[in-house]
Design a protein. Structure first.
Length: 113
């Protein structure tokens, strides 16, 4: 789970953990990339787009050019209506608008677990 908003990160991590998903959180794309390079492949990355240090679009660009990361599935969580294009341009598995419909997000994560 990658989001700069601590409240969203904590709340979503708690919900996902209660659903039985192991959760690792990062505050920005750089932290997420650093973690992914050191750890085994997660079933999916939940990614916000608007963050300091490294935003979600930069994360996706770097992911697509790194063979060790390019196969890691990503679901985008964003309030940006332009984010829907990411399913075509960056091989994103889905885009979920904020505020989140948790049942839809959990169903999508289940597809990767």
């Amino acid at each position: 789970m990658v989001d700069d908003d601590a409240d969203i990160r904590e709340a979503l991590a708690e919900v996902l953990a209660s659903e039985g998903f192991p959760v690792h959180v990062a505050q920005n794309g750089k932290q997420a990339l650093d973690w992914l390079r050191l750890n085994s492949d997660p079933c999916v990355v939940l990614l916000d787009l608007t963050m300091p240090v490294m935003d979600g679009r930069t994360f996706l660009t770097i992911r697509s050019t790194d063979p060790s990361l390019s196969k890691v599935p990503v679901l985008v969580i964003s309030a940006d209506p332009r984010s829907r294009d990411l399913t075509r341009t960056h091989a994103v598995g889905g885009v979920f608008p904020k505020p989140l419909a948790l049942d839809h997000l959990i169903a999508a994560i289940d597809n990767y677990a």
